[in-house]
Ligand binder design. Structure first.
Ligand code: ASP
Ligand code: MG
Length: 422
């Protein structure tokens, strides 16, 4: 029996009607049984749902935003389907459900759980549209609710996978279907043990593909992107980028750790553990090779540039004329752990600790509040963290010109700077 292939299509690949048609073209000669398709929300729908939530939280009117979101999905469907197609009442129905959820009270305290009930509509809508379109094109696929497969804990917005249960679900529910037909499901979504919807963290659909691959002992995962594969820098930000034809799992994982957004950071580990190759390919040029990430890649180290935006530099100074000791660092890390904030860079001096974190709603004020008794706390927002792996010293100044540098760190293979445009 052929091993399952998993194919993941992200938001950019389904951002409009042409995108959905292109998926059908890509799948036309590839589709077979033992083939699972994972799709994200269309375009920026998840951001729009987040905006609706923040308006709701501030007791502001979100009806215009939800109408825009609905009209967007309906207009995509008008280009794809005849006017009497079943997709139209289905979309109406999802929006009725969405409004029903949004009529429930939202506070800062129930925000995370509420968020997971709302933002998942993006994936529910897109997966329905893509599935109906494929079927209309005689590419018969079954629709599967990912929340019946991906079992998680109740850590809303950042849910952790219950691997044993997810595997059991995939083997008992998904595998028998896959033996008959290709199956299409949503990325990003899961459910806790009480059946409450959860999400796996923003951009988590790649991770969904890897979870399904691991739970099904799949043969490969392919992530279809708007770039030719994994490049040594983001082509939207830097010119003269070079494509990696292959990478080993470790190199790829390291790049995602520093913030390369081409693959979600959690994607590599489950694939590496099971030796499942990951292909990153362009949905614009589907016949090109792209990048193969596997265990035996033989690529020479290339200077690789990774830029993380929306960074906050927090400086914590001891106030009582002592020096920084382990207990201070421990205290800071304990708070970061409680708030589920990851440190992107850390530096200590005799009297201060500097940390660089992602900008996240509510989190900064909570962090400042909890640490301000012990430390004199200062912060700078709106910064960029630039990481260069295997730097080429001659071209380095290019990335630093016109910027004010707030923090720098260098090891043998890595340079990191926190910068702000002058
Ligand atoms: N739609 C979700 C997001 O935008 C998940 C994903 O795209 O992978 O974060
Ligand atoms: Mg997305």
């Amino acid at each position: 029996m052929r091993k399952t292939q998993i194919h993941k299509f992200g938001g950019a690949s389904v951002k409009d009607a042409l995108g959905v048609q292109n998926i059908a073209d890509i799948l036309r000669n590839r589709l077979r049984n033992n083939f699972a398709i994972v799709v994200s929300a269309m375009g920026k729908s998840t951001n729009q749902l987040e905006n609706i939530l923040s308006l709701k939280l501030d007791n502001k009117d979100y009806s215009k935003n939800s109408t825009i979101l609905k009209d967007f999905h309906l207009s995509v469907c008008k280009e794809l389907f005849p006017a009497d197609h079943v997709i139209f009442p289905k979309i109406e129905n999802y929006f009725i459900q969405l409004h029903h959820e949004l009529n429930k009270p939202l506070t800062k305290d129930n925000y995370d759980e509420y968020y997971d009930r709302i933002v998942g509509f993006g994936e529910l809508l897109s997966s329905r549209i893509v599935m109906e379109y494929l079927c209309m094109q005689n590419l018969l696929v079954l629709w599967q609710d990912a929340r019946e497969l991906i079992a998680t804990d109740s850590d809303f917005r950042f849910a952790k996978i219950d691997w044993a249960k997810s595997r059991q679900n995939c083997q008992s529910q998904l595998k028998p279907k896959l033996e008959q037909f290709p199956v299409l499901t949503q990325g990003f979504l899961g459910a806790d043990l009480n059946g409450r919807p959860t999400t796996l963290g923003r951009e988590g659909s790649d991770f969904t593909a890897a979870i399904l691959a691991s739970c099904l002992d799949a043969g490969s995962v392919t992530i279809w992107k708007d770039v030719p594969g994994v490049l040594n820098a983001d082509p939207k930000l830097f010119s003269d980028t070079i494509l990696f034809s292959e990478l080993d799992y470790q190199q790829a994982a390291q790049m995602t750790f520093y913030g390369a957004s081409v693959i979600h950071p959690k994607t590599i580990k489950p694939l590496a553990n099971s030796g499942i190759p990951l292909f990153v390919k362009s949905f614009l040029n589907p016949d090109e090779e792209g990048t193969k990430i596997h265990s035996q890649a033989k690529s020479a180290p290339l200077p690789t540039i990774i830029l993380k935006k929306e960074q906050i530099l927090v400086s914590l100074k001891v106030t009582d004329f002592t020096f920084i000791e382990e207990s201070h660092i421990h205290q800071v890390y304990a708070q970061l752990q409680t708030l589920k904030l990851r440190v992107n860079m850390l530096q200590t001096s005799a009297i201060s600790i500097s940390i660089v974190i992602d900008s996240q709603l509510f989190k900064l004020e909570q962090l400042l509040r909890s640490l301000s008794q012990e430390f004199d706390v200062r912060y700078n927002e709106g910064l960029e963290l630039l990481t260069v792996l295997h730097p080429d010293m001659d071209s380095l100044p290019e990335y630093l010109e016109d910027y004010e540098l707030l923090l720098e760190q260098q090891t043998r293979n890595t340079i990191q700077v926190v910068r702000r445009a002058k």
